[in-house]
Design a protein around this ligand. Structure first.
Ligand code: 6PG
Length: 240
């Protein structure tokens, strides 16, 4: 049985606080049950406050040494480029909590996009050994674009219909920054135990409305958690 919940908070700051608390609890629950937690993080800008709150208010609530970090997508730039998703998450969270570097599985954005996608696909498969029919991430965090994209799965693109590869190249993303991307695909994103969507701002209100009505054309409508899907949004992003 999979449940879908929506929570609306007053503003982006409250959204960040609520998301950080949910993430800390979810990672803790996974560690309690399975001894470890796998968390696929999102780039973009919305989750930054949640990452920073995790690094401060929840630094001692999570056994970071038992958490592995994965990325839902990456822009093909160097890891210290200010467009890099890794750089954002690293600065907001990863360098501020005791997480071991081998447990941070970044996408090699500095490589050619095809090579980076193949390398990440292989890394995922070696981690989730023999897990084709099993759940993947304990927690998958996703932002949503105003066109309904998640990770770098854009509406109408071939990557949305991918059935075998877990990470593929998106050479021409439909939004800024228009650098090639590596994105995870539905075959792995749809195997997460819990999915958390974070959405903020009036620019997202229309798409939030469409996704909650399950508009099948939108990539965000295609991703659900095996156990639970939670949408956390602020009042500006919530459909009226
Ligand atoms: C990226 C993403 C992308 C992002 C959404 C929402 O690399 O840009 O991972 O899917 O999460 O575009 O971005 P915001 O949070 O900035 O609105």
């Amino acid at each position: 049985m999979s449940y879908i919940f929506n929570l609306v908070y007053h503003d982006a700051a409250e959204l960040g606080t609520a998301a950080a608390s949910y993430i800390a609890t979810t990672l803790g629950d996974a560690i309690e049950v399975r001894g470890a937690a796998s968390w696929c993080v999102a780039g973009g800008s919305t989750p930054r406050m949640a990452y920073e709150t995790l690094a401060t208010a929840h630094a001692d609530d999570v056994e970071w040494g038992r958490v592995s970090i994965w990325f839902g997508d990456e822009r093909c730039v160097a890891p210290d480029d200010d467009r890099s998703n890794f750089r954002m998450v690293d600065r907001a969270l990863l360098t501020r909590v005791p997480i071991a570097l081998p447990d941070v599985h970044r996408i090699a954005g500095e490589l050619d996009v095809g090579a980076a996608a193949r390398a990440y696909d292989a890394e995922l498969r070696s981690f989730f050994t023999g897990a084709e029919l099993e759940p993947s991430f304990d927690l998958l965090l996703l932002g949503v674009g105003s066109d309904g994209h998640v990770a770098s799965l854009f509406p109408g693109r071939a990557s949305l219909n991918e059935t075998s590869q877990w990470a593929v190249a998106e050479p021409e993303p439909g939004t800024e920054p228009r650098v090639p991307r590596v994105t995870l695909t539905p075959p792995i994103l749809r195997r997460a135990r819990k999915v958390l969507f974070l959405v903020s701002g009036t620019g997202k209100r229309k798409v939030t409305h469409q996704v909650l009505l399950e508009d099948a054309a939108l990539p965000a409508s295609a991703i659900r958690g095996l156990e639970q899907t939670l949408w956390i949004m602020d009042e500006d992003a919530a459909p009226t």
